[in-house]
Design a protein around this ligand. Structure first.
Ligand code: TRP
Length: 363
């Protein structure tokens, strides 16, 4: 008998574990794009650590900031011309969880990947001690993303928290990390274009790719607290030759009428590849659409307005949401979490971030 993705989801929605629920969701997304589900399922289980065994009918024992409902996982689909990638952002959770124990588990996870030859650690090794205090502070210490595409093995990226030694130490930490990575001149790019509004523009993530080759990136994310599309445009000016009007159009499609993003902030990022010294190769904007809509049916309309000009249509967006949930989009906001726009002088891409809602839908 044939089983549809909906059946699998419905079964996985019965009280089970976070692992079974999120594996079913990821398998649904992978199926859309011809990505073999086996490797993605096992990597997700490993990434979650002890959280894979959490029973969904109990409160989560650790409140992850990866997603609003404490689920330590978030899915995304990256659209790049006709190419697609499915990605998972996740926090590795220890048993019992604590900031310190989760960080140890995150270190073990990457050591395990390395022992299998799945990652290259040059960039991580250059900076990891800076982001590994005895007593980690802030909302998280290390997060990972797993990037899946039909053409090759999974790729990984690690996100460090610049506030892991406390907020007051963050700018110094970022400066040191840039210098260790041979990118000391990036600090003045950040100061000039991204961190213009004193304590309202803050570096919120420092990420490095865990793969080899000249495409391994260093990524720096800046949150624009109470910021506007203009703050994003000014940040994007660090990369010459970008189509800045795309930024304004994107914000207007996702949050029409919003001038100041006073809820969750607009976030900008710069990517640096080998050979870049001060000018980023790429600028990305992340719009937290969920904070600016009454519910996901409105978010969907706006996502379509933002993505259709980039070649992503309603049928595809609807298949993506159907892979992760059966709920009505009118019920609540939060499923469509962020939408991002990637701009480089040569190309443009977009990404849709979709929440698991493993906890919000289980309650
Ligand atoms: N949940 C956090 C937030 O919304 C972190 C996060 C998850 C995030 N996915 C993201 C931040 C995508 C920016 C873009 O801030």
């Amino acid at each position: 008998m044939e089983t549809s993705a909906g059946d699998v989801l419905a079964r996985a929605a019965e009280p089970g574990t976070l692992g079974t629920r999120t594996r079913a969701q990821l398998a649904g997304l992978c199926e859309l794009y011809g990505i073999p589900p086996d490797s993605s399922g096992s990597v997700l289980t490993e990434l979650l650590g002890s959280a894979a065994r959490w029973p969904l009918q109990q409160q989560p024992p650790w409140h992850s900031d990866v997603a609003d409902d404490a689920t330590p996982v978030e899915f995304s689909v990256a659209f790049d011309g006709a190419r697609r990638k499915v990605r998972v952002l996740g926090e590795t959770i220890a048993e019992p969880p604590s900031a310190k124990a989760n960080l140890r588990t995150a270190e073990q996870f990457v050591a395990e990947l390395h022992s299998r030859g799945d990652v290259v650690l040059d960039k991580l090794r250059a900076v990891q001690d800076l982001f590994t205090p005895q007593e980690p502070r802030g909302a998280f210490a290390w997060w990972y993303s797993v990037i899946l595409d039909p053409d090759g093995p999974p790729k990984f990226k690690v996100y460090f928290n610049p506030e892991v030694h406390g907020r007051e130490a963050a700018s110094e930490l970022v400066e040191q990390a840039l210098s260790r990575l041979g990118l000391p001149a990036v600090q003045s790019t950040l100061d000039k274009y991204a961190l213009r509004r004193f304590d309202q523009d803050v570096v919120s993530f420092f990420a490095v790719d865990l793969d080899s080759g000249d495409q391994a990136r260093v990524k720096i994310y800046v949150s624009h607290l109470d910021g506007s599309a203009q703050d994003a445009v000014r940040t994007a000016q660090a990369v010459p030759g970008l189509a800045h009007e795309r930024i304004e159009e994107f914000c207007a499609a996702l949050a029409p009428g919003t001038t100041v993003f006073g809820g969750r902030p607009l976030v900008s990022s710069y990517s640096f590849v080998d050979g870049d010294t001060s000018t980023p190769s790429n600028y990305s904007l992340y719009v937290p659409v969920r904070d600016y809509v009454p519910h996901d049916a409105v978010a969907r309309e706006r996502v379509l307005r933002a993505l259709e000009p980039h070649g992503v249509g309603a049928a595809e967006v609807d298949r993506i949401t159907a892979a992760v949930t059966n709920r009505s989009l009118h019920e609540a906001a939060g499923l469509l979490a962020h939408v991002s726009l990637r701009l480089s002088p040569e190309s443009t891409g977009t990404t849709l971030y979709v929440s698991s809602e493993a906890y919000s839908s289980a309650t």
